[in-house]
Design a protein around this ligand. Structure first.
Ligand SMILES: [Fe+2]
Length: 632
């Protein structure tokens, strides 16, 4: 009995301490406290308290995935939302009719009433509407699209069925497969299923199996030959799916190839697929189709995938799911490498009212391990994990030896393809979207590369500089070093005001934003010979800026130390993947900007040994926007 009592005490102590750890306010913040009832508040001025409030998601991924179940004649859906009324479009997905599987919508739709709908496969989708031969094979996949009464498109789903009536829901690939971490001898194929299962991927005659009973499958394929096309087939799911991938060139082989670059695909205006709950799916589809048609071997996409800025992880997850769906048929074949922008942020919001004016202050959400923008990005994508750990260990770390910051893993990393090295940075790390209040709560500034990330950049640049296989290095981050239209008052310029900087545990860091920009430029331009271009976004336009010692990079009055750019590099900005446009603004470097456009744009870099050229195409009209040789 005494033993039992001790066990209960230990369990209770463990539960209490883990709850306490979950709720602990990270020491990197300041003026944040909790009431005795657990309510979080920011003491933002003269003892005034701004309480934390959540703005719950209108729609969640769990909801729109719906509880699909088989009936005598078809499938019924329960989206678990009695308020949801609208239209359910649907149609079969033919997995072997063409390379890029899309639903072919049926001539009719169903009504969603009180969150419920039914699709009659037996009576509506048979005979001359059976384009997938389900009446013979006894299985098929349906794509469905949720449209609300107000005409908003919320989600494009997929469900595999089995039977000829009665029907049941089969093991469905609800997301993917995606080609990730492509090397010259390996690749990771990632996908999600609706129920836990043991899945496999067959490549040639070899079968690579995943673990038992998981919904998230990341299957590593090894022992491959470079520059080779491989077919692959998914196993362990109800419907066969066959795609292919092409392994990377042998490092340093210096064979020619093309890669694609864009960013900023959050929702646009105009209705329809320009806004599938947080994503401009219309432009992303066209961008991906053009990339494949141009034989791009990989795609770099750096930030603002989604509209984001949520206080609800479930909303962010739905927006990421919609982004993945918008590019999915093409991601079956070649890798996408993704970076973070400001819109990926997941926040704690604090509200107060002063003199009848509402005040809103926001910080990166915690616990950082599960609720930060960085953690949710890491959970949703499979990116290289060779980046730095976090900002822990910098001189401003309040607790050496203890983790106080979010992780950089999978949002800061490097990769290579043949003779190209790519460095992906996160210039919206631990981002506080209410810059005026950073001095109150603590947080990082939009566009500011903090110390540990900068150290890692220096090490990675040195690694590529010393690598005889690498000729060209690209550095990509969401925010331009030199904004030109839309973000002239922030990014790495802040209208020429160096004062802006992050605060940690109530203290400002030593270097302001322009000093930090200069340290960054000194590394990529002056201390390095291989960096050819910065690939940036944030500003929703395309433009090309030739940087050299001739370009004015300071405001007229500027007191801190200045640097001189000692060689030519380019800043290629392409935030034109669907977010609402920004026009060009005046800056000290405006005279060196070329090709500025607000049209949607895809940048295609062509690497031919030592030569690097680029062309820019409007993915909507296929018109050529710009062309340039960056390195002869
Ligand atoms: Fe942005």
């Amino acid at each position: 009995m005494k033993n039992l009592f001790s066990i209960i005490v230990i369990i209770l102590a463990f539960v209490f301490s883990s709850c306490h750890a979950q709720n602990k306010i990270p020491d990197v913040y300041s003026n944040l406290h909790k009431e005795r009832d657990g309510r979080l508040f920011l003491e933002w001025r003269d003892g005034r308290k701004a309480y934390q409030v959540d703005e719950p998601a209108e729609y969640t991924l769990d909801g729109v995935l719906g509880q699909a179940s088989g009936t005598e004649t078809g499938l019924s859906f329960d989206f678990k939302d009695p308020e949801l009324s609208g239209i359910l479009y649907y149609g079969f997905i033919h997995h072997s009719d063409g390379a890029y599987p899309y639903p072919v919508y049926f001539r009719d739709f169903e009504i969603i009433s009180q969150g419920k709908a039914h699709i009659d496969i037996l009576n509506d989708l048979s005979g001359r509407y059976d384009m997938i031969d389900w009446e013979n094979t006894g299985s098929g996949t349906l794509g469905y699209r949720i449209r609300t009464l107000y005409g908003e498109l919320v989600y494009d789903g997929k469900v595999t069925f089995e039977g000829r009536g009665p029907f049941k829901v089969g093991t469905t690939v609800v997301e993917g497969p995606f080609i990730n971490l492509l090397g010259h001898d390996r690749v990771t194929i990632s996908f999600k299923t609706n129920v836990p299962c043991k899945a496999s991927v067959k490549v040639d005659d070899r079968v690579f199996s995943g673990p038992m009973s998981v919904k998230e499958h990341n299957i590593e394929i090894t022992g491959l030959s470079p520059d080779t096309e491989y077919g692959y087939a998914l196993g362990g799911v109800s419907q066969a799916q066959n795609y292919s991938f092409h392994t990377a060139h042998e490092p340093g082989s210096r064979s020619s190839f093309t890669f694609a670059y864009a960013s900023d695909s959050r929702n646009g205006m105009g209705g329809g697929e320009r806004d599938i709950y947080g994503v401009n799916a219309y432009i992303m589809k066209k961008i991906m189709a053009l990339s494949r048609q141009q034989d791009a071997r990989f795609f770099q996409f750096t930030g603002d995938l989604i509209t984001g800025y949520t206080t609800d992880k479930k909303s962010t997850e739905l927006q990421y799911a919609n982004w993945k769906r918008s590019v999915e048929p093409f991601w079956h074949y070649f890798p996408l490498y993704l970076g973070m922008g400001n819109h990926e942020v997941l926040e704690f919001l604090f509200r107060d009212t002063l003199d009848n004016i509402p005040v809103r202050m926001k910080i990166d959400r915690f616990p950082f391990e599960t609720e930060s923008a960085e953690a949710v990005f890491m959970e949703n994508f499979v990116m290289p994990d060779n980046g730095p750990e976090s900002e822990d260990g910098a001189y401003y770390d309040p607790n050496p030896g203890k983790t106080d910051f979010p992780s950089y893993k999978e949002s800061v990393y490097h990769y290579r393809y043949d003779n190209v090295g790519m460095i992906v940075l996160n210039s919206d790390y631990w981002y506080n979207s209410t810059a005026n209040f950073i001095r109150v709560s603590g947080g990082n500034l939009h566009g500011y590369i903090m110390d540990r990330q900068l150290e890692w950049l220096e090490e990675t640049l040195t690694m590529f500089e010393e690598d005889a296989d690498i000729d060209h290095v690209f550095v990509t981050m969401h925010t331009p070093a030199f904004p030109n239209g839309g973000h002239v008052n922030d990014d790495m310029w802040y209208g020429g005001k160096n004062d802006w900087r992050p605060y940690i545990a109530g203290k400002p860091v030593g270097k302001g934003i322009i000093e930090r920009r200069d340290e960054f430029l000194d590394l990529v331009v002056n201390k390095n010979t291989k960096v050819i271009a910065l690939l940036t976004g944030d500003e929703h336009n395309y433009n090309r800026l030739k940087l050299s010692g001739e370009v004015v990079i300071y405001p007229e009055i500027y007191f801190p130390e200045k640097i001189t750019l000692e060689r030519v590099i380019w800043q290629i900005n392409n935030g034109a993947a669907g977010a609402p446009y920004y026009a060009q603004e005046q800056t000290p470097w405006s005279g060196h900007v070329e090709g500025f456009t607000t049209r949607n744009a895809l940048v295609l870099f062509r690497i031919e040994g030592k030569k690097v050229s680029m062309k820019v195409i409007n993915p909507d009209t296929l018109e050529l926007i710009d062309e340039a040789v960056l390195r002869e």
